[in-house]
Design a protein around this ligand. Structure first.
Ligand code: MN
Length: 390
């Protein structure tokens, strides 16, 4: 790399944000933190800012502004609060790459602003592409902005097609671990607890994505994400269960040849690949040992038990604002499950109901997406309240 890259990390206190800071710390000659932001966790944000000395921080929840300001002002770190500040700060001249590690729909507008300001994007927030992949990719093309995926499967695909950009893709296989409930039936799932759902066998992640992994919605969202990142049709995107999470995904070219990217599961690898592209940065992460994994196995996903994957394919087929509806309904369903308002299987019922109820808008613009998101959330909440009263 010629120059040090200046990074803004949106959502720095979450799992991906924290791991990104580890990558930066281990490669301080390559990367400099320019901006950090968090939604609520002001204590961790202050800690991170004191150790990485960014130019500015944004705390989205304005309630914590005074506390953050008091702690960071003596260090000459600019402190801002609120969603509006976040939208402005990504346009800072001194930022080269904006890493989006926020959760859910909240990542959409900051990502769009960063793209429109010509910043390169390292994207960990898959919901942004699920909701408005058409607008995001169109604006990125117009601005000459690259979107580097941090999602491990999409990073794998990106690594496989590197140097192959002129060769058409026949299809891709997104691998899925199957999560903690692989092989379980509906009877079991209707009684499972959030504690069990939060135990992912291979990856250590935030709560929302961990529940999405258990319900297979994570893979569904990733199918839609892949469509936009790699310009694929839904028939070209296949999902295969691979419980060991060693093969991170596979590309099949038109001559039948398949390329896979593999390694031990560690999100720091896709993070540093995205930040350092096209260079691979030397790391001391543990290396894969074949004899620790004498057998790599593959299974068909069980979509009659885990309906979310099918719902995501349906949303992708319908297009328009349907993936946006799917995503909003899922965000409400996951938070209702995490607060014990609905059981595990009812999450799919909430999503299906919203997909059948919220109005389909063809060729949606940004306002249509915002409106569909609001509407789907409202209807999901009504549906959940109705379940309780039955
Ligand atoms: Mn993933």
């Amino acid at each position: 790399m010629e120059n040090k890259r200046n990074i803004a990390i949106l959502g720095s206190t979450g799992s991906i944000g924290s791991q990104t800071l580890e990558v930066v710390k281990n490669n301080s000659e390559l990367f400099n933190v320019e901006v950090l932001s968090a939604q609520n966790n002001y204590k961790k944000l202050i800690e991170q800012a004191l150790s990485f000395k960014p130019n500015a921080v944004v705390i989205s929840n304005e309630k914590h502004y005074n506390e953050v300001k008091r702690s960071l002002e003596p260090e000459n770190i600019n402190v801002f609060a609120g969603e509006e500040s976040l939208l402005q700060i990504v346009e800072y001249d001194n930022i080269d790459i904006v890493l989006i590690a926020m959760v859910g729909f909240s990542g959409l507008k900051p990502t769009l602003n960063a793209i429109n300001a010509g910043k390169q994007i390292a994207l960990a927030n898959k919901e942004t592409l699920v909701v408005a992949g058409d607008i995001i990719t169109k604006n990125a093309r117009e601005k000459g902005v690259n979107i580097y995926p941090i999602d491990s499967e999409h990073s794998a695909i990106f690594q496989c097609i590197s140097g192959e950009f002129h060769n058409p893709i026949e299809c891709i296989y997104l691998t899925a671990s199957g999560g903690p409930f692989r092989g379980k039936n509906k009877e079991f799932l209707s009684k499972t607890t959030k504690k069990e759902a939060l135990q992912h066998p291979n990856w250590d992640m935030g709560d929302k994505i961990t529940i999405d992994s258990a319900s297979m919605m994570n893979k569904g969202l990733e199918v839609i994400e892949a469509k936009w990142l790699f310009s694929l049709k839904s028939s070209q995107i296949k999902v295969i269960i691979h419980p060991q999470s060693i093969i991170h995904s596979i590309v099949q070219f038109e001559d039948g040849s398949m390329k896979a990217q593999m390694g031990l599961p560690d999100m720091k690898l896709p993070i540093q690949y995205a930040l350092g592209y096209p260079d691979r940065i030397k790391s001391d992460f543990p290396r894969f040992n074949f004899l620790d994994y004498p057998t790599l196995t593959f299974e068909q996903p069980d979509t009659s038990t885990f309906k979310n994957l099918d719902l995501a394919y349906q949303a992708l087929e319908t297009g328009a604002n349907m993936p946006c509806i799917l995503n909003a309904a899922n965000e409400i369903a996951v938070s209702a499950f995490l607060s014990d308002k609905i059981n595990f299987l009812q999450m799919s019922d909430v999503i299906e109901y919203c997909m059948n109820t919220v109005e389909v808008i063809n060729n949606p613009n940004l306002e249509d997406y915002v409106e569909s998101d609001n509407k789907a959330r409202e209807i999901a909440k009504e549906f959940i309240n109705g379940l309780k009263n039955k």
